[in-house]
Design a protein. Sequence first.
Length: 469
Amino acid sequence: MAKSKILVVDDDPLVCDSLKELLLLEGYAVDTAPDGQVAVTKVKGDHFHLIISDIQMPGLNGMELLKELKGVEPDAPVIFITGHGDIEGAVEAIKQGAYDYVTKPIDDVRLKLTIQRALEQRQLLRSLNDLKKRLKPWDVQTTITFRDPKMAQLLELVHTIADTQATVLITGESGTGKTLLAKYLHEHSDRKDRPFVKISCGALSETLLESELFGHVKGAFTGALRDKRGKFEEAHGGTIFLDDINTASPSLQTKLLRVLQEKCLQRVGGNTDIQVDVRIICATNTSLQEEVAQKKFREDLYYRVNVVGLHIPPLRERLGDIAPLAEHFIRRFNLLHRRRVKGLAKSALQILLRHPWPGNVRELENVMEQAVILSRGDWVVPESLPAFLREKPLSPLPQTENLTLDEALALAERHILQETLERCHWNRQEAAKILGISRTTLFNKMRRFQLFGHRTRGRSPLSQQSPPA
Ligand SMILES: Nc1ncnc2c1ncn2[C@@H]1O[C@H](COP(=O)(O)OP(=O)(O)OP(=O)(O)O)[C@@H](O)[C@H]1O
Ligand SMILES: [Mg+2]
């Protein structure tokens, strides 16, 4: 653990110096400030675990400092030094949220104990908040369910890089588990006890987003009534997860580049550099490379962001995951909805395996929640599944009576090609992979069979998919 850092604020240089000496001997890192204004500036540019301050000071006094600190370093306890007899001031300070006070002349032993207790309490509160955030009744820790070798390989890579500082870019279609993977990565890194802060770059207007990320200073814009820390500072020591990074505006991209390069930022409207120690994980469901090619995304930022790339394949490319995921969701929703569903009937699994899952794991999760709620018996059976999955008829092979063998085979081949292409939303690369042929071969066959329709509805998927072992 790094040393706890304390800021001592007093207009009397003698008090500052003697306290500094005392605290250094106790093994703390110490900085001093001669008044409240300087203290605020220092806190904005650095992070302190605790602040010791005189109440009576010229300029910004102790109480005003306390108010300012709430916007900048809200977790740091403040201990006040009061003149002998100024009990009223001390009581008021505690009411306003100070941790405790010590009276002059300062009793070293009492001060040391007060500091120790304050730091312990701060640590406890932080752990408690962290726990609360993580604790959901049905999900105590972040777990990733998988059986498919593609996911096994991906997670192996995740564990290899978890403890490094490397910036990570997670790619994958919507609902594949990007946010979950980011959280998992954080929880398996040595930053796991520090904050995991998540923000979507697409959710807010440009100005609001920049202020959310970098904070702002009082008066930076209408409504900025006081200084505010941004998400980057909140994540100090931990991880920040920038979702939908592809939607970042050019101005935001420039600022992100600076944080990545110099580990340094300025609050909106401010001009003080603030150092931050943050691991950055980004996610996108579009191809950033394409955005770079179209000049929508800075190339230099792309390389900074994509130090390690983690691609989560769509669910339809890891059919092996469907059964374990479905079982996992059954267990989870049993707890949430007080059900006792035992598992998935084979016939129901067959239906799940045939669906192309355009909404990926999130879609499967929704389907299983409904199924658990609607199940009347012990097992999820086809009837428990939503109609749109069930009603899709299995498409039989075309009639081949009266055809020569060559003709029948050609008809069957065309049928299989069409079904596979539809399942992959006419993505030829994917279809070729599933069929085990090259893209050129697939293209030639498509030409031969005149398969260039883009129908994606009303046809059923391949019926020959067998469930995983
Ligand atoms: N391998 C998995 N094991 C268990 N749950 C999973 C898995 N993958 C995804 N989920 C669950 O599926 C849901 C969707 O995942 P998540 O939100 O991480 O997807 P996403 O890729 O971030 O989606 P979006 O692109 O919309 O942001 C979540 O509830 C998540 O917990
Ligand atoms: Mg997400």
